[in-house]
Design a protein around this ligand. Sequence first.
Ligand code: ADP
Ligand code: MG
Length: 730
Amino acid sequence: MSTPFLRSKALADVLGRQPKEVQLPGSRISEYYGTNVFNDGAMRMFLTEDAYRAVRSAIDRGERIDRRLADQVASGMKEWATSKGATHYTHWFQPLNGSSAEKHDAFFEPLGEGRSIERFDGGMLVQQEPDASSFPSGGIRNTFEARGYSAWDPGSPAFLIHRTLCIPTIFVSYTGEALDFKTPLLRSIRALDEAATAVCQYFDKDVRKVIATLGWEQEYFLIDESFYFARPDIMMAGRALFGHGPARGQQLEDHYFGSIPERMQAYMRDFETEALKLGIPVKTRHNEVAPNQFECAPVFEEMNLAVDHNMLLMDVMEKTARKHDMRVLFHEKPYAGVNGSGKHNNWSLATDTGVNLLKPARTPKENIQFLAFFVNTIAAVHAHADILRASIASANNDHRLGANEAPPAIISVFVGEYLTGLLDDLEKNIKGKMSPASKTELKLDIGRIPQVLLDNTDRNRTSPLAFTGNKFEFRAVGSSANCAGPMTVLNTIVAAQLKAFKAEVDALIRKDVKKDEAILRCIRDLIIRSKAVRFEGNGYGEEWRAEAAKRGLPNVQDTPRALDAWNGEATRAVFKAMGVLSDKELKARHDIELHNYTLKVQIESRVCADMATNHVLPAAVHYQNRLIQNVQGLREVLGREEGDNATATQVEIIRKISLHMEQVRLLSKAMTDARKAANAMADQRERAIAYCDNVKPYMDRIRYHANKLELLVDDELWPLPKMRELLFTR
Ligand code: ADP
Ligand code: MG
């Protein structure tokens, strides 16, 4: 056997790489920002007055566009796209398998006799019927109604990628059920708008619309392409299933905010440029905690657009990485023992009058409004922590949640010392009927919520959901997730809570309680009711688990069980009441998530067994043979007695290798049996739980013995790039 080819080649490749600087399309970003988007500017230029107004009212007020105008919009879009070299168009949607999907059609249409035209009409813009039988539907799409339809979402502008006009769409079944992430997201945005606008009316009659805003922060790892190809686990499962931790991990924390390596910076500039042309307002880039881990964040946007932009950016990042001989890993935990990747979702609410409802202001009136939204959000999280937990559950994210470097699996809210004090005061001070003096006093207090809060908010990094001065930051979201999942849930539960709040306040007003007092009393009730979910301490600590249990907060460690919440009574009630997901759609989602989980663990387990058998064991045998030859040779040369002494170390290693090999073999066999047993289970949930409880643990045990072998075997013979190489060679 020669030295392992792929590993040594990979090392040589990586050491020889140079940064690939790209030519920027202009000296200022503003020159090319949004040039590949059919945005307001492009619409004004390419649409008739009528068509433009129709699209605007669809975007601003959700109004329908009639067929005649849709034809005009399509024609303008086609003109714009072909003027930029586009030949094809596609509906672009987000099926429940977690990626984005496209099916390209050419504008071109032959007319016969060698003639042809470019055609794109309203019908093609508004609806498509992709051959969608292979997208997950959770049983919604029976064979007789196997069709799925994609339908134009005018709220997110069309864009150009690789000479293809991409039209953001929802994806629904023949009978109208959601088969994607966008449909329920849009429904939840609408429900939240309605509920929040109604509450705003107490404070400002001019508010007509409330939009949810989202600013995500995308974490990721980069790996050189040659390493990637030499690691079947990373290639197939997105994470290293083997590998002894390097002597130096991230203890020094010198990577964080350190200078970005040149090669990575060239890559970032490249994908950011593509992103900016697509109108994705990326703004921040920096190193993350782990070696070769980075983060990218845009300016926040309206939520539907922000979600599309995140999906689009992940795609752009993947494609651009190849040009730089790298791969980007969005897996939540590519490497055991170093930090995983998340995608913080910064969530807030903005009125059409330009007010951030989660930002404390100068006057008592505005601050009562702030408190109403702030406290209602906390109450919603308290009431529906289980479905929020389910919304971030995935096989990948299980490696992060509950481990000692990521938010725990317990959903709690951090608000900081100042607001904790304020909520405590409110709890004590608002009693049934208030004297005018105490009212004035209270209003003064509320008016004092300082604007400087924004700069002073404590940064508790261990909380899954933290208030950070003017928004809530949901930190438990996984780096590979579609933000729409958790955001749909947050919007829905807050919408339901605001609606209940409005009803309670109105009931008090009907009993002649003054409006402000009614609002404050209801706020106080909520503060008391939801107190258990607020936690200011260390979310990683063992004590918190005990404390949370005492408070009755759910703490579900694994995905298959966390997903039960999709089927919970409270979930069904709010999702139905808010018109976001029907029972049938919820059940489908539950099934799909369970299935996704099973598939992920199944793939990992197969790759693990393959690599144990085809990479780890052969390397161990090879080295063991060398040792045996050496022992035999020494004994021959030195004679029995002296030979025994001189070979004691080798013999010891030979024994140890046999021992660990035996374990790897036995455990791989047992894992395969466990997989077979799980596969035989008919019930989706039982199967997922079997994968979680009976299959998954074997992977850690196999890894343990394989890593021992890695430490024993001659470095030259080890076929897999080692962790230190993956993390520190660049
Ligand atoms: P970090 O959490 O890393 O300290 P920042 O506090 O600066 O970073 O905020 C990060 C994100 O918060 C950015 O992506 C930004 O767009 C987003 N953000 C700021 N204001 C809002 C808002 N009103 N709604 C939603 N997201 C917001
Ligand atoms: Mg953050």
